[in-house]
Design a protein around this ligand. Structure first.
Ligand SMILES: Nc1ncnc2c1ncn2[C@@H]1O[C@H](COP(=O)(O)OP(=O)(O)OP(=O)(O)O)[C@@H](O)[C@H]1O
Length: 940
């Protein structure tokens, strides 16, 4: 029996005498979440009031009492294998010798963090803050681990080493290493692995082996990736040497933590293996001791419990987000490699530290900032943990309807690739939507990702044909029977935000920081005095402001105002001046979109001077020719990135160990209003000057928790330093009538159409009534395509309907008199499908029409009724359609906001070029001042 609940009170520790001698105990009062159903029956207490009152006393015996020294009221407690008895009519619980006590079980601790915590709690904190820097032992360690995996998958040693060293080309190049020397060193390490594999009679061909496996334990709140499992026993590889007979303590802890996760899966683990690969490489004449690389050790229940208690210490500290001092451990600072960093961080942040403090303390506002964002990021981490938890708390169908999983797949086999990895296929027979995309990392499983067979894989294909059928193809290290594919949450995003804070605040330049902390005003030079963009005064001023900025400049670009165009012109000016430029944005799509404009033949930046840094899967096909080749000759890789005038990468990649080694004169960051402050800092920290391009009146950063991360650095700076910004006030997208509301409400009436043609566009321009059509910003290509469509249409001999009068206006409001039911309004969905059909029958191409709805359920309802693109606002940001139809869903009243933020309405309505149709309920919309004005405008 297990119980789980919130701590209400913790009594003092006591010693009692029992038949087993003197024992320690602590009594804790808990509010139990789910009382065991059989509680009353077990105790034979007929009092039903007990069942309504979930407060119970729990006695923690022996070592578990220690966990209560750092637990606090309000924390959650999960206790397994409890005993139930009664004391004066009250049911009471107590731990048994088989119990585990898990504090804050929802907080998921990584195995490697438990390892560093055991070495020293401050090491855990410093690793989290600073990330893993580019250092040779780290890169070599990664290569050896990969070769290990390859050997387990049956690959030939030499070809594995060649490939893996090749793959690390860029990192080795930046470290100034020679490939041959690295190959030799890896070979020495790998010899230990090979020898051990041979000698253990357990050849890789045997089924008892498997390489790295990601494991999560819902009970113990632990996750991690074991290097390998041999007959269910965790094997950890260490690239160092250890000539003692026993494995190192922290290494044992790591292997034992994996064992715990296996225990949670019902596997009894009582041994662990540590493989010290350097042991075979050390000189036997000089070294004494135990030089065998493999060291087995027994994993007794006591060790597993110790691991849980260490994990509990971390969870408790993270609960109130306190900073470890190092005194919690017996670690000896003078032998610690991290001693200097530890003292510097303690000194700069004025933290208590066992190693002491050095250096000058940072100004109070910087420390306050770091602390505030550290807390915000840790809250975001918790929200990611909530996502992990849904892997086991939600049923498969709940996950599917939440778009978090594709379920009920039919396995369709697997093929082993040359690399030893597997290509796994499954058939889907429905067109269920999900958040999964090609190129994503996902969790594939045979049905249950936690207790079943599961593997982290990369999606290669997810396509669905017209009938809704399709083949899913993924690649993974091990073969699985693919029946389900889940969105796999990742903490990399939060980890990268922390390292960006560290790079900017702790390692950043004081002069640069002063301006972001309002200790001095941003300054501007006069170096740019030419006319760069004659056709658009605001864009021209923006380029000049950006080139002149000594610190930062802000380019505020409402919808369709040519932000991307301006960025391209700006880059050509900067490159011509000899500046080295970082071009960044949150998503790969945004980076590639900006790069497309930079590579326009009319823009004076040569392809040879640009490199695109990122993963193959993330980068658009059209950018593959300028993608940085990070494999092969180390020197060539390093030169390629170091000599580039323009380096383009997402802000997440800016936090990678390769990009953290780069420096730039200027960082130009697109869609900066959608970036959290720390995400922006990841790029800012790499450059002397910064240009942020964005629009804080459109979508804010997407974050899970309600914290300061919701406000972008762009928004904060434009409010504190409006003089550093330029508003692009001419838009090339919308008819005058469509843009008017947005201009008035969001841009102080300053947004105007760039040309008369833009201003006067109408839906009828899309019809054959106007054969030549007016010029749109799509240009001749667009007209030709349209003419082809019209010709095809006429060839069809289909009757050409004309567009009814009420759909000819650029802005239309329609009230279908529907009823909201949950997050859908089917009458509205039906009417929207009719409107779409009317447009199409009139000759408008379906690809010119888009529908936006506030909720996914309504998106699904409309999608079932029409073939045009239907989506939420977030998916539409950055794109535009000739005709946009918006479904508001709400009827009668507006108890909850429709788009939760009026900026979403701004984005929705500004997606339309020629026609905007608002479909909603008059009564509901009139009940809110903002929507009432929208309605008034639409009905004009
Ligand atoms: N100065 C200009 N002269 C002529 N055309 C321009 C100019 N600036 C932008 N355009 C055109 O306006 C259109 C929109 O420009 P762009 O894609 O740069 O806008 P954007 O602000 O990035 O759009 P979004 O709001 O979707 O991010 C493009 O077709 C572009 O060629």
């Amino acid at each position: 029996m297990r119980i789980r609940g919130q701590i209400i009170r913790i009594d003092d520790e006591r010693e009692v005498t029992t038949d087993q001698g003197s024992r320690t105990l602590v009594e804790v009062t808990l509010r139990i979440d789910d009382l065991p159903a059989n509680e009353a029956a077990e105790l034979d207490i007929p009092d039903s009031s007990l069942i309504e009152d979930p407060i119970r006393t729990l006695t923690l015996w022996g070592d578990w009492a220690e966990t209560m020294t750092y637990a606090e009221p309000e924390m959650e407690l999960l206790v397994t294998n409890v005993d139930l008895d009664e004391y004066r009519g009250d049911p009471r619980y107590s731990t048994t010798s088989d119990s585990y006590v898990i504090l804050e079980p929802s907080f998921i601790v990584d195995v490697t963090d438990i390892r560093s915590w055991v070495q020293c709690p401050r090491m855990y904190y410093l690793n989290k803050l600073s990330g893993i820097p580019l250092k040779y032992p780290v890169v070599k360690g990664t290569i050896v681990h990969e070769v290990f995996g390859d050997l387990l998958r049956g690959r030939d040693l030499s070809s594995s080493i060649d490939d893996r060293v090749d793959e690390a080309g860029l990192e080795l190049g930046l470290l100034g290493r020679d490939a041959d020397a690295v190959r030799e060193e890896v070979r020495q390490n790998a010899t230990a692995i090979e020898g051990w594999l041979d000698q253990g009679t357990l050849g890789p061909s045997e089924d008892t082996w498997r390489s790295e496996q990601t494991l999560i334990s819902p009970t113990f709140g632990i996750k991690g990736r074991a290097d390998a499992l041999r007959r269910g026993i965790p094997v950890e590889l260490k690239t160092g040497k250890n000539t003692d007979h026993d494995p190192r303590f922290q290494d044992k802890i790591q292997a034992a933590a994996y064992a715990l996760i296996l225990v949670n899966r019902g596997i009894d683990v009582n041994t662990g293996t540590l493989l010290y690969t350097k042991n075979t490489a050390v000189d036997r004449n000089e070294e004494t001791g135990d030089l065998s690389p493999a060291k087995d050790f027994s994993i007794a229940p006591g060790l597993l419990k110790f691991v849980v208690r260490k994990r509990n210490e971390i969870a408790a500290m993270e609960h109130d987000m306190s900073i470890p001092t190092g005194y919690e451990a017996d670690a000896i600072c003078e032998y610690c490699f991290e001693q200097d960093t530890c003292r510097v961080v303690a000194g700069r942040l004025d933290q208590e530290s066992k190693a002491g403090q050095v250096g000058q303390t940072l100004p109070a506002d910087e420390r306050e900032y770091l602390e505030r964002f550290y807390h915000a990021i840790e809250r975001e981490r918790r929200a990611v943990h909530d996502e992990y938890r849904k892997l086991w708390t939600q049923s498969p169908s709940e996950r599917a309807s939440d778009d978090r999983a594709l379920i009920n797949l039919t396995p369709a086999g697997a093929t082993q690739l040359d690399t030893g990895r597997w290509e796994i296929r499954a058939i889907r027979d429905d067109d269920a939507v999900s958040k999964l995309r090609n190129g994503d990392i996902a969790l594939g499983s045979n049905g249950n990702p936690i207790t079943g067979q599961s593997e982290v894989c990369r999606i290669q294909t997810l396509d669905v044909d017209d009938d809704g059928d399709g083949t899913i193809v993924v690649t993974a290290d091990e073969k699985i029977t693919l029946k389900r594919l889940d969105v796999y949450p990742s903490e990399i995003g939060v980890d990268r935000m922390l390292t960006a804070l560290d790079d900017f605040i702790l390692r950043g330049d004081d002069t640069q920081k002063a301006v972001f902390f309002n200790r001095r005003e941003p300054t501007f030079s006069n170096r740019a005095d030419e006319t760069y963009i004659p056709s658009n005064d605001a864009q021209n001023r923006a380029v000049k402001r950006a080139v002149n900025a000594e610190d930062f400049a802000l380019i505020h670009g409402p919808p369709g105002t040519g932000k991307t165009y301006t960025i391209a012109q700006l880059l050509s000016v900067l490159v011509a001046r000899g500046d080295r430029v970082l071009l960044s944005a949150f998503t790969n799509r945004a980076v590639d979109n900006a790069l497309t404009a930079v590579r326009d033949p009319d823009v004076d930046v040569s392809d040879e001077s640009i490199v695109r840094v990122g993963t193959n899967a993330g980068i658009d096909d059209s950018m593959q020719d300028i993608k940085l080749d990070d494999t092969g000759s180390p020197a060539a890789c390093a030169t390629a990135v170091q000599s580039a005038s323009v380096v383009a990468a997402t802000t997440a990649t800016c936090g990678s160990r390769v990009m953290r080694e780069q420096s730039f004169d200027v960082a130009v960051i697109d869609e900066a209003s959608q970036l959290t402050e720390p995400n922006t800092l990841a790029a800012v920290a790499l450059a002397d000057r910064v240009v942020l391009v964005g629009d804080h009146q459109q979508l804010p950063p997407v974050v899970r928790a309600d914290t300061d991360l919701q406000t972008s650095l762009f928004e904060r700076l434009i409010e504190t330093h409006p003089e550093a910004s330029v508003l692009l006030d001419r838009q090339y997208r919308m008819a005058q009538r469509i843009q008017a509301f947005s201009s008035q409400k969001f841009y102080d009436g300053e947004l105007r159409p760039a040309t008369r043609t833009v201003a006067t566009q109408r839906p009828a321009d899309l019809l054959d009534e106007t054969p030549t059509g007016p010029a749109t910003d799509g240009g001749d290509g667009y007209r030709q395509q349209k003419q082809q469509r019209l010709d095809a249409h006429q060839d069809d001999q289909t009757q050409t309907h004309t567009l009814p009068a009420h759909l000819r206006d650029p802005v239309v409001f329609i009230d279908p008199d529907g009823t909201r039911d949950g997050n859908t309004n089917l009458t509205e969905a039906d009417r929207i499908a009719d409107i779409v059909t009317t447009y199409i029958n009139a000759g408008i191409d379906p690809s010119d029409i888009g529908v936006i709805a506030p909720f996914r359920a309504q998106v699904a309802a409309i999608s079932q009724r029409t073939s045009v693109t239907v989506d939420t606002v977030d998916r539409f940001q950055g794109s535009a359609k000739e005709i946009i139809i918006i479904s508001f869903v709400a009827t009668n009243s507006l108890e909850e906001p429709i788009f939760e933020d009026t900026r979403r309405v701004n984005v929705a309505i500004t997606r339309a070029r020629k026609g905007l149709v608002l479909v909603g309920d008059t009564a509901a919309l009139s009940s809110d001042p903002f929507y009432a004005t929208l309605l008034e405008w639409a009905k004009q």
